[in-house]
Design a protein around this ligand. Structure first.
Ligand SMILES: C=C(O[C@H]1C=C[C@H](C(=O)CCC(=O)O)[C@@H](C(=O)O)[C@@H]1O)C(=O)O
Length: 268
């Protein structure tokens, strides 16, 4: 189905009824990124999967900041009849989930974040915005084949080469199915450099936060351990023999973690 907010038309997939958990994919992904994990999810509530701007079947070009995206997401969920949701986000979707809790604290019940961060320290943002702009321009000039061939070789995804070739091909095809214009818009709107830094806000985020990170994702292990020190009501789950995309590399383990968190929410 599609939900229209303002000039933007979002692709949304709703499964079941009850307490909603909204799932937000990462850069270059779509709602299909959750398919493997969902095979191992035991949850009686409602699943709401959304393609973010610049991705999948969503047609949302009237966004310039992450606030615009978060506000659209809130309007979508209110249109669906929800006043409060849980959020599950991977990487860019995790950063977006963090911001949803920051902008709309009464709207977010809990966070489950995979390979996520609260953005960069303020002083690093400008440089990263330049890098994100360079990448956006590369994608527009050289197209999807060249971008994906580069993107899948970054160290963050080294562990994905241990996955079955069929799974690697599935991830590659999901990335190739994106448009250069869409990914460029995403980087210019939702790129890591564009994310307001929430590091100083973490100490005030009292909702339950489950951080999930692959034990071989060195960069995000360090970031998530730092986040855990600041978050007053959080737990950190490290998944062995797994890298950045925990939900893709260890879908069974991740599905069980999400099931446990949603069925028996922890609270410090
Ligand atoms: C390379 C870095 O940042 C990017 C890496 C992961 C993020 C993501 O969404 C996953 C993309 C994927 O699975 O293909 C992405 C984001 O958060 O927007 C980052 O641009 C890095 O070293 O920080």
């Amino acid at each position: 189905m599609f939900v229209t907010v303002g000039n933007n038309k979002y692709h949304v997939n709703i499964v079941g009824d009850g307490e909603p958990i909204v799932m937000l994919h990462g850069f270059t992904g779509t709602m299909a990124t959750w398919n493997d994990m969902l095979l191992h999810l035991s949850y009686q509530g409602q699943l709401i999967l959304i393609d973010l701007p610049g991705h999948g079947d969503t047609q949302a070009t009237d966004v310039t900041t992450m606030y615009d995206v978060c506000h659209d997401l809130k309007l979508i969920l209110e249109q669906l009849g929800h006043q409060q949701v849980s959020l599950l986000g991977y990487s860019m979707g995790g950063r977006t989930s963090f911001l949803m809790a920051y902008y709309f604290p009464d709207f977010v019940e809990r966070l489950i974040l995979v390979g996520a961060s609260p953005g960069l320290p303020e002083e690093q943002r400008i440089e990263r915005q330049k890098q994100d702009e360079q990448l956006a321009t590369m994608i527009e000039r050289e197209g999807m084949e060249a971008f994906v061939s580069y993107w899948e070789t970054i160290p963050l995804f080294d562990t994905q080469r241990r996955m079955p070739l069929s799974k690697q091909e599935q991830i590659r095809n999901e990335r190739l199915a994106q448009s250069p214009q869409g990914l460029a818009l995403s980087l210019r709107t939702m790129g890591t450099g564009k994310q307001p830094s929430l590091w100083s806000f973490l100490q005030h985020m009292t909702i339950p936060v489950t951080l999930v990170v692959g034990e071989e994702d060195d960069k995000f292990i360090s970031l998530n351990e730092q986040m855990l020190e600041s978050l007053p009501n959080a737990e950190l789950k490290k998944i062995s023999q797994t890298g950045h995309a925990v939900h893709l590399e260890s879908p069974e383990i991740f599905g069980k973690i999400v099931s446990e968190v949603l069925i028996k929410p922890f609270s410090n």
